[in-house]
Design a protein around this ligand. Sequence first.
Ligand SMILES: Cc1cc2nc3c(=O)[nH]c(=O)nc-3n(C[C@H](O)[C@H](O)[C@H](O)COP(=O)(O)OP(=O)(O)OC[C@H]3O[C@@H](n4cnc5c(N)ncnc54)[C@H](O)[C@@H]3O)c2cc1C
Ligand SMILES: *[C@@H]1O[C@H](CO)[C@@H](O)[C@H](O)[C@H]1NC(C)=O
Ligand SMILES: *[C@@H]1O[C@H](CO)[C@@H](O)[C@H](O)[C@H]1NC(C)=O
Ligand SMILES: *[C@@H]1O[C@H](CO)[C@@H](O)[C@H](O)[C@H]1NC(C)=O
Ligand SMILES: *[C@@H]1O[C@H](CO)[C@@H](O)[C@H](O)[C@H]1NC(C)=O
Ligand SMILES: *[C@@H]1O[C@H](CO)[C@@H](O)[C@H](O)[C@H]1NC(C)=O
Ligand SMILES: *[C@@H]1O[C@H](CO)[C@@H](O)[C@H](O)[C@H]1NC(C)=O
Ligand SMILES: *[C@@H]1O[C@H](CO)[C@@H](O)[C@H](O)[C@H]1NC(C)=O
Ligand SMILES: *[C@@H]1O[C@H](CO)[C@@H](O)[C@H](O)[C@H]1NC(C)=O
Ligand SMILES: *[C@@H]1O[C@H](CO)[C@@H](O)[C@H](O)[C@H]1NC(C)=O
Length: 480
Amino acid sequence: MPIPNSWIWRSSLSTLLRALALSRVVIAGHYPLPIVNTDVAILGGGASGTYAAVRLREDYGKNVILIEMEAVLGGHVNTYTDPETGEAFNYGVQSYIDYKGAKAFFERFGIPLQPNVLFSSDTVNVNLNTGNLVPNVTAAPPLNSSIAALQKYYDVIVPWNDIMLPGYWNFPPGDQIPADLLLPFSDFVTKYNLEDMAPILAVVSGQEINTPNPTLFVVKNFGSPVVEGFLNNTFFDPIPFNNSLLYGDAKRLLGDDVVLTSTVVEANRSDHGISLVVEDLRTGTRTLVAAKRLLVASQPSIDNLAVLALDEQEKAVFRTWSYGTVYTAVLKTNLIPDNTSVSFVTPANSTSAQKPYSFSITWNGAPGYFWIIFGAEENLSESEAKEAIIAEMKTLYDGGAFQPIGSSTPSSDVVAISNHSSVGWGQSVEQLKAGFVQDLYALQGHKDTWYTGGLWCPDYSSNVWAFTDTVLPKLLEGID
Ligand SMILES: Cc1cc2nc3c(=O)[nH]c(=O)nc-3n(C[C@H](O)[C@H](O)[C@H](O)COP(=O)(O)OP(=O)(O)OC[C@H]3O[C@@H](n4cnc5c(N)ncnc54)[C@H](O)[C@@H]3O)c2cc1C
Ligand SMILES: *[C@@H]1O[C@H](CO)[C@@H](O)[C@H](O)[C@H]1NC(C)=O
Ligand SMILES: *[C@@H]1O[C@H](CO)[C@@H](O)[C@H](O)[C@H]1NC(C)=O
Ligand SMILES: *[C@@H]1O[C@H](CO)[C@@H](O)[C@H](O)[C@H]1NC(C)=O
Ligand SMILES: *[C@@H]1O[C@H](CO)[C@@H](O)[C@H](O)[C@H]1NC(C)=O
Ligand SMILES: *[C@@H]1O[C@H](CO)[C@@H](O)[C@H](O)[C@H]1NC(C)=O
Ligand SMILES: *[C@@H]1O[C@H](CO)[C@@H](O)[C@H](O)[C@H]1NC(C)=O
Ligand SMILES: *[C@@H]1O[C@H](CO)[C@@H](O)[C@H](O)[C@H]1NC(C)=O
Ligand SMILES: *[C@@H]1O[C@H](CO)[C@@H](O)[C@H](O)[C@H]1NC(C)=O
Ligand SMILES: *[C@@H]1O[C@H](CO)[C@@H](O)[C@H](O)[C@H]1NC(C)=O
C-alpha cells in the first residue's frame, strides 16, 4: 500500500541551533560527553510525548528533545503489515474520539480522516478450559435498551466533567468527592439501573459492568466524550487505516529532535533545571542533556522512574499504582472463520481451576488474521503469553469447536506481539479520600519536572492530547 507523502516538511531550526550548541564539556568525575542544551526534555514518545514535542516546537517555538526507548514513536499504537497483501493491521490503538484538538492534530500532517473502521463479526463463546462452545449464558439486552441505559449513565456523569476533564486540576479534596464516584461501580449500576449498558461498556471500554472498582475508575476511561462518540457515532480513523501514520509523520517533522532506542540513565533535577545522561540502547553512546524543564510522558512507575532519583514525596505517590500484564497480538490461524470473534469464558459452575490469564480473539478485517488482547494479573513474559495463546488454540481444536479451513491440519501462529503492560489506578477509597489526586497533582512542577499521559487523566489518545494542552502553558511559565 503506498504511503501518501502527506507530511509537512519544515526545516528544523531547533536542530540547527542544537548543532551549533554542540560542544564538549568536562563533567566532574566523568569522561567528556557531548552536551545538548534544550528548553524541554521529554521522556517517552507515545501519544502524549509526541504531541507535546510537536506543540512545543512548532507552536511555542521552543527547543525540545524527545527521548523514546522503542525504535518508533507511538506508544500503544501497533501496526502489523500483512506480508501477502501489504495491508496495515492495527493491533494496538484502534480509533479516536472526536474531542478537542484531536482531529486538528491529524490535519496538521495532512492526514485525511474517515468514520471509524468497524468490522462486524459473530461472537462465539468458548469455554477456556475445555474448548467447548458455550451457549449464551445470559441473553444480551436488545440494543435499544443498552442505548437507553447508556443515555441514563451519560446524564449522571456529565455534571462531573468539570472535575474530570481533560484532567483533575479541579478535582475536589477527599472529603468533598461526590459520593457516587466512590461507590463500587456494581452498586452505582444498581442505584441508577444501568445493567443494560453492559455490552457497550465491555466493547468500547473493556470494563466489566459488575466491577467492584470505584465508579471514578470506570468513568475516568468511559467518560462523557467517549459516550458521546458512541451515541453520535463520531469515532474516527485515519485514511488509510494505519494508526502508525501519524507517528511516522511526527518523527519526520521532528527529525533529529527525536532520539529513538534511547533512554535516560542518570539524572539530576532541581528547581534550577535538569541534567540528564541519555543513552542510545543500541550503540551505548551517551549524551548529556541540559534542559530547563523535564516533561515525563512515560509511565510513572517507581521502577521506570527510578533513574530520576525520586524523592520520598514522589515515591509515596507512585508506590500506589496497581500493575497488570497486557499483550496485544496478531494471530494467524486456519481454525476460525473470518467474520468470527471468539470470547473465552469460564462458566460460573466450572469445576476447573481458573486460568491465570484471559484473552479475546477478534476478527479485524484481514482474511485469516485475528486480533488478540491478552491480560493477566501476574507478570507473564512475552513467550509465556504466546505459549498460552497457542495452547488455547489447541484446546479449541481438541474441544471440537472449530475445524481447520482449507486444510486437514490445524495451524495457529502468533505473528506479532506487543507488550502493553502498565501501572494503573488501583488506589483504595481510603487513599482517594486521603487526597491521592491532590498528592499526585502536587508533583506537577516539583523539581522542574512536569507530567502528562494516561495516568494523569482519562486514558485515551484524544484526551491525553487535550490534557497535554493544559500542562504545557504551566510548564512554560518562567522559561525565558
Ligand atoms: C491495547 C490498547 C488499545 C488502545 N486503544 C485505544 C484506542 O483505540 N483509542 C484511543 O484513543 N486510545 C486507545 N488506547 C489508550 C491510548 O493508547 C493511551 O491513552 C495513550 O497511549 C496514552 O498515552 P501516553 O503518552 O500516556 O502513553 P504511551 O502512548 O504508552 O507512551 C509512553 C511511551 O513512553 C515510552 N517509554 C516508557 N518508558 C520509557 C523510558 N524509561 N525511556 C524512554 N521511553 C520510555 C514507551 O515506549 C512509550 O512509547 C489503547 C491502549 C491500549 C493499551
Ligand atoms: C504504516 O505507517 C507507518 C508509518 O508511516 C509505516 O512505517 C508503515 O509502513 C505503514 N504500514 C503499512 C502497512 O502501510
Ligand atoms: C463479513 O461480513 C461482512 C458484513 O459485515 C460481509 O460484507 C463480508 O462479505 C463478510 N465476509 C466473509 C468472509 O464472510
Ligand atoms: C446469542 O446471543 C447473540 C447476541 O445476543 C444472539 O445474536 C444469538 O442469536 C444468540 N445465540 C443463541 C444460540 O441463543
Ligand atoms: C426496545 O424495543 C422493543 C421492541 O421494539 C420495545 O418493546 C422496548 O420497549 C424498547 N425498549 C426501550 C428501552 O426503548
Ligand atoms: C449528538 O449530536 C447532536 C448534534 O450535533 C448534539 O446536539 C447532541 O448533544 C449530541 N449528543 C451527545 C450525547 O453528544
Ligand atoms: C549529578 O550530580 C552529581 C553530583 O554533583 C555529578 O557527579 C553527576 O555528574 C551529575 N549528573 C548529571 C547527569 O548531571
Ligand atoms: C454447568 O452448566 C451448564 C449449563 O447450565 C451445564 O451444561 C454443565 O453441565 C454444567 N457444568 C458443570 C461442571 O456442572
Ligand atoms: C512490559 O512493559 C512494562 C512497562 O514498560 C514493564 O514494566 C514490563 O517489565 C514489561 N514486561 C516484560 C515481560 O518485559
Ligand atoms: C517482568 O518480567 C520480566 C522478565 O520476564 C522482567 O524483565 C521485568 O522486570 C518484570 N517486570 C515487572 C514489573 O515485574
